[in-house]
Design a protein around this ligand. Structure first.
Ligand code: BG6
Length: 491
């Protein structure tokens, strides 16, 4: 991160004792403090329903920060300085009362107001109205909200309308935390700062693209939430479609929020619907059964704590997306994501087409396409697979495939890779919306996802099984092999 946060902010956090705030938001704020990016007079107001004193809450935050931030990054002086900025208020967000207390707290400060709603989305509307009716906000207030924005297009419109009744679009910062990941932002630099790639980035030179976001964890005690969502709503509607947009969009005119978002929306609009005649070739949904994770036995989805019998919620999705425009005509995007896969891994593979005329050993022809591997996590970096001559007198012109590699943690060893929430909170403090999602992006994404999910209405149609610790149902392998290709790890 370069530069100082110049503005003085009052950050009000609704849901400050929830899991997200404790695991991600306060540790991220601490890191901003450590990096010297919080303006000296900026303040944080934690809000929750638990009747505690500010001192007790500060102690609880200290504990969370110490457990979620690496021990070597903990500096007691910085921690104390950060906690000093934090005040706590308890009240019921749905009743108008408590909001007067916000005004009293604000009157003692005076920075730009940022409201972070780390609450269930069902509360966004009532909080927004109470903020307006009790005079707690104005046209400069920034509102940060988390996904999920609804569970389909129509419910997302309800939430967006509730927010729009009070705030303008330029006040709304909708988080998709994948946009805060360093390597995800690097996609923009890679594509638009390197003419080498810019000229190759289309159907003339790219045969297909793979996007994998795999997790080894199950649903981590969140059965209630997850079972209503499933992997399609939880991951594809937001994170994976955002990755797809950044890979597929046309060059924006500049780095402004609207230039980037306009280009992403064009991609979402060009996504071809998956119609019923395409289900067998373009769509696989799966659900994990008992298996192993990191060598240990783990239960299946239906045996997880709190599970309801017979749920047909998917924990895995693989699909073949097609973008109907000049740049991408005929280039499939194979996308997959799942829980309880063999490892935590997010990567994008760009498969380039082979050279038009091949002159080397016919046995090696299968090697002859370059691949660009973009590793988002873990081990962030990029690798360009190129072909060179094998060394040695006896090797003739045998080809060898090898990487031109850039591992960020090695190449830039002095800089820590910041967590996505550090970047997002900092950008919100600076009022920069380019890493946040605009309303039309959310809605076009739902429009496409709703259409795909319409094929799963039949309660008798159960997802395909896969054992925990494997790469999903065999049907997802068949989906890509049918096209004469394979997932990268199987190649
Ligand atoms: C969240 C999903 O948005 O992203 C979770 O709700 C998922 O189910 C998480 O585990 C994955 O995020 P990351 O940053 O760990 O890849």
């Amino acid at each position: 991160m370069v530069g100082k946060s110049s503005t003085r902010c009052d950050l009000i956090m609704f849901g400050a004792l929830g899991d997200l705030a404790q695991r991600k938001l306060f540790p991220a704020l601490y890191q901003l403090e450590r990096a010297g990016l919080l303006e000296p007079n900026s303040r944080v107001l934690a809000l929750a329903r638990s009747d505690d004193s500010t001192a007790a809450i500060r102690a609880q935050l200290a504990e969370s920060i110490q457990s979620y931030v690496k021990a070597e990054d903990i500096d007691e002086g910085v921690l104390a300085r950060f906690l000093d900025r934090v005040d706590y208020l308890c009240f019921d967000f749905e009743s108008e009362q408590g909001y007067g207390l916000l005004n009293e707290w604000r009157a003692r400060g005076g920075g730009e107001l940022i409201v972070y709603m780390a609450t269930p989305p069902s509360l966004y509307g009532v909080i927004a109205r109470n903020l307006r009716d009790q005079g707690c906000c104005n046209a400069d207030t920034r509102i940060v909200v988390e996904k999920p924005i609804g569970h389909d297009l129509s419910s997302s419109k309800v939430i967006n309308n509730q927010l729009a009744e009070v705030f303008n679009e330029n006040q709304l910062f909708r988080i998709d935390h994948y946009l805060g990941k360093e390597t995800v932002q690097n996609l923009i630099a890679l594509r638009f700062a390197n003419n080498l790639f810019a000229t190759q980035w289309n159907q003339n030179h790219i045969s297909h693209v793979e996007i994998t976001v795999a997790e080894s964890v199950g649903i981590e005690g969140r059965w209630g939430y997850f079972d209503k969502a499933g992997q399609m709503r939880d991951m594809i509607q937001n994170h994976l479609l955002q990755l797809l947009c950044l890979i597929a969009m046309d060059p924006p005119a500049d780095l402004s929020a609207n230039s980037i978002r306009d280009e992403k929306v064009k991609v979402l609009k060009a996504l071809r619907p998956i119609t019923s005649d395409m289900i067998d070739t373009h769509l696989v949904r799966g659900q994990y059964t008992a298996g192993t994770s990191n060598g240990l036995p783990v239960p299946g989805y239906l045996q997880e704590e709190g599970a309801a019998k017979g749920s047909s919620t998917e924990t895995f999705v693989a699909l073949k997306a097609e973008i109907h425009n000049w740049r991408w005509a005929g280039v499939p995007f194979y996308i997959r994501t799942g829980k309880r896969l063999p490892e935590k891994l997010s990567q994008i593979i760009i498969h380039f087409k082979p050279a038009p005329h091949y002159i080397f050993d016919p046995d090696q022809k299968h090697l002859a396409n370059n691949k660009l591997i973009i590793r988002l996590q873990p081990d962030e970096g990029m690798e360009l697979q190129i072909l060179t001559k094998d060394q040695g007198l006896d090797k003739g012109m045998r080809l060898r495939q090898g990487p031109l590699e850039l591992t960020f943690s090695e190449a830039f060893s002095t800089s820590r890779i910041p967590d996505a929430y550090e970047r997002l909170l900092w950008e919100a403090m600076k009022g920069n919306q380019y890493l946040f999602v605009r309303r039309d992006e959310v809605e076009y994404a739902w429009h496409w996802v709703d259409q795909v999910m319409s094929h799963w209405q039949d309660p008798a149609a159960h997802p395909k099984r896969y054992a925990a610790g494997t790469w999903g149902p065999v049907a997802s392998i068949a989906m890509i092999t049918r096209d004469g290709r394979s997932w990268y790890e199987d190649a």
